[in-house]
Design a protein around this ligand. Structure first.
Ligand code: ADP
Ligand code: ZN
Length: 610
């Protein structure tokens, strides 16, 4: 099979003009009927790796996928490109499933999606009656107990090789360490498989961390963040169910379209939230980690972590849901002392204390990093990166340190004078000189350090104390009401033997004020550029609404009609004939025929208005 043919099929059906890293190699291997294991990050483009060979080979490809929503998404995307793909599952009525099988017998189905639990029941049908081109096992890590998402049903896939010795097996996953990888190969009984591991880097995702914010400041920061992402979908991950509800309530009050998603809701309510999000009826989901696995929405433009996640694995998987289409995705992580206190308790009670504490520590190191954050992430996944990324807050705005010895001494001294019997809130009250009930009851207002830190704003104290914790100057006694205990390293600073270097706190208010000032008096060029940009935005908005209308007519999500990336390209190139429209990346023959006229008409109208 020549390369030419692969490219031609890619363009005809998917409208793309080139392959992503490793796709071409993987596809060639599958076309040679070899077993293949492909590891790619979320958004890396795994689906095309088996969909293209399915289209280029006689017979039907059987795709095994763990969730009905994932099957639905892929089947809709394929059908939207005019490809005969269907799913047999419990969501269909049996007549539909029968008709489907009939179509398979007639060789009319190129890809058939099926759940693992259903597979064995259908084995006779598959064995006897249809010609199978390949088996694709999506989310293959689910077969392994070592993976983080083991599913018992997946173990049934062991028998595939026995029943179908000659059909190539393709296993795909976004998360598999060495043990899981071996386990997948062994359990599926793969024959001398070719293993492809692509880089886990997602350069289009920006990375940013904010330290020590309280609820009010977080919400203010989030609203500003969302205003920069008008009409763009995003997810806010919170640690608790209550957290999701609170954040959703606060954001709704500000007029944002928000839904909540967590495991405590009814199935129906969760499905509704997911469906509204996928179809762009709401802009934001406030969710616990329960959300995300079942969706392939390619135009999630941002992900915020309202709390620190428990490990880098979870974090990376969650931010990975942004920017699957390759366009920029913005991510923001908040982390505060109370997160650490709570997560430490969870880790303590988890029964795997050591491992979970280690994971949490690595997560904290990431949040506290002085060096390029992407280097830390990739390093964690065993990749080395030889340059800074330029797309994280550390690269863009390297932290500056100052001699903070006096600040640290004030805090440690206050800790000492309370005989190390206070938690963080009371300590700050003492430093600020707030006469709260506890302070008065315990007589802390008589301490020499009372109000010694009144010149430092409360929120800065929270930040500095978090830095001090991470520098190892004190510890939190989780089993003693979270009281603060000075360490050996802390003593050295307290008694003047060593100096403490703290990071200068930068708050975004400063930036904003100057921006506002600037906005008052734009120069003539600025004004011209601005009006040109807003004209472009108008066109994009018009096209976005057209896409939404076409999606609603067919009851499919807008990003399946056209991805954000394709929509951006249309906006840039402004095709005025269906042929020009068809040249744009992401438009195959089918979409060209179906949408070409309407989109180019909208553009012609826009251009006429001048
Ligand atoms: P994964 O399953 O690895 O998360 P997908 O298969 O869903 O990723 O692909 C992510 C996005 O990238 C989809 O919108 C897909 O259409 C797009 N894509 C895949 N391959 C290419 C390619 N060669 N060129 C352009 N876009 C691609
Ligand atoms: Zn960086």
């Amino acid at each position: 099979m020549t390369n030419e043919n692969m490219l031609k099929t890619l363009k005809t059906y998917f409208g793309y003009t080139g392959f992503r890293p490793l796709q071409e190699e993987i596809i060639s291997t599958i076309l040679q009927k070899k077993d293949t294991l492909a590891l790619m990050p979320t958004g890396g483009g795994k689906s095309i790796c088996f969909q293209l060979p399915a289209l280029m080979t006689e017979g039907t490809a059987i795709v095994i996928s763990p969730l009905i929503s994932l099957m639905k998404d892929q089947v809709e995307a394929l059908q939207a490109n005019g490809i005969p793909a269907y799913a047999i599952n419990s969501a269909n009525d049996e007549t539909t499933n029968l008709q489907l099988k009939q179509a398979c017998l007639q060789g009319k189905v190129k890809l058939l999606y099926i759940s693992p639990e259903r597979l064995l029941g259908e084995i006779n049908f598959l064995l006897r009656d249809i010609r199978i081109s390949l088996f694709a096992i999506d989310e293959a890590h689910c077969i392994s107990q070592w993976g983080h998402d083991f599913r018992l049903e997946y173990t049934q896939l062991k028998s595939l090789r026995k029943f179908f010795p000659d059909v190539p097996i393709v296993a795909l996953t976004a998360t598999a360490d060495k043990i899981t990888r071996k386990d997948i190969i062994r359990q599926l009984d793969m024959r001398d498989p070719k293993v492809f591991i692509s880089s886990f880097d997602r350069p289009n995702l920006s990375l940013e961390v904010r330290r020590g914010y309280q609820q009010k400041e977080k919400i203010r920061t989030i609203s500003r963040f969302i205003l920069r992402h008008r009409n763009e979908s995003g997810i806010i991950y919170c640690m608790t169910r209550k957290g999701t509800e609170k954040v959703a309530e606060l954001l709704s009050k500000e007029g944002f379209r928000v839904a909540v998603y967590h495991a405590g809701m009814s199935n129906a309510a969760r499905e509704q939230a997911q469906d509204d999000f996928i179809n762009d009826r709401i802009q934001i989901v406030c969710a616990t980690i329960a959300f995300g696995m079942g969706i392939d929405k390619s135009n999630v433009r941002w992900v915020i972590h309202y709390n620190l996640p428990k490990s880098i694995e979870s974090f990376y998987q969650e931010i990975g849901r942004a920017g699957r289409d390759g366009l920029p995705g913005e991510t923001l992580l908040f982390y505060s002392l109370s997160d650490i206190i709570l997560l430490t308790r969870f880790a303590d009670e988890s029964g795997q204390q050591e491992i979970n504490m280690e994971k949490l520590n690595r997560m904290q190191q990431y949040a506290e990093s002085d060096i390029c954050r992407r280097r830390i992430l990739l390093n964690y996944f065993g990749e080395t990166m030889d340059h800074d990324c330029g797309n994280c807050d550390v690269c863009k705005n390297p932290p500056e340190r100052f001699d903070g010895t006096i600040i640290v001494q004030k805090a440690l001294s206050a800790m000492m004078r309370t005989e190390q019997n206070v938690g963080i809130h009371t300590l700050i009250d003492i430093l600020k000189g707030f006469s709260t009930q506890e302070v008065l009851e315990k007589g802390y207002h008589n301490l020499k350090t009372f109000a010694a830190g009144r010149d430092v704003p409360t929120k800065d104290w929270r930040d500095y104390l978090l830095q001090m914790l991470n520098l190892g100057y004190f510890e939190i006694a989780y089993n003693e009401n979270n009281h603060l205990k000075i360490t050996e390293a802390g003593r050295k600073v307290l008694f003047g033997h060593e100096r403490a270097w703290l990071v200068v706190i930068k708050r975004e208010e400063h930036g904003n004020r100057t921006e506002k000032k600037k906005a008052k008096s734009p120069t003539a060029t600025e004004a011209a550029l601005f009006s040109e940009a807003s004209r472009e935005e108008n066109l994009f908005e018009t096209l976005r609404l057209l896409r939404k209308r076409l999606a609603d007519q067919q009851a499919i999500p807008p990003y399946i009609v056209l991805s954000d990336k394709t929509l951006r390209l249309i906006c840039e190139r402004k095709p005025v004939t269906p042929d020009e429209f068809g040249e744009i990346s992401g438009i195959g023959e089918f979409k060209k025929a179906r949408y070409g006229e309407e989109f180019t008409q909208a553009i012609r109208r826009f251009l006429q208005k001048g």
